[in-house]
Design a protein. Structure first.
Length: 97
């Protein structure tokens, strides 16, 4: 809707803000759309965006996809590690956490 009604395009801040709502509702198909959007816009090298995507995947029960995002991240921050550890714990993988 933002793109259709204005000349503005979502940026990395928009994506990082939207992904928690997607996680909370479990709308994995919308999360997949966001991930593809991020790739098309070449935002997938930004640590905060990648962290938000892996967090969304883990909260939606897609821990393997979260791990792939984590492994492919060019760099990781403490928040990235925390999100991955929390994702493992949330999905019943305490030993991996």
């Amino acid at each position: 809707e933002m793109q259709a009604n204005t000349s503005l395009d979502p940026d990395d801040v928009t994506i990082v803000s939207v992904l928690p709502a997607i996680s909370d509702t479990g709308a994995i198909s919308l999360g997949e759309w966001c991930r593809r959007f991020v790739q098309r816009r070449k935002l997938d090298k930004k640590v905060k965006v990648c962290t938000a995507i892996l967090d969304m995947y883990s909260k939606c029960g897609e821990i393997e996809k979260a791990k792939r995002i984590f492994d492919d991240m060019p760099e990781k921050e403490v928040a990235s590690w925390n999100a991955m550890i929390h994702g493992y714990a949330l999905n019943g993988h305490a030993c991996a956490a």
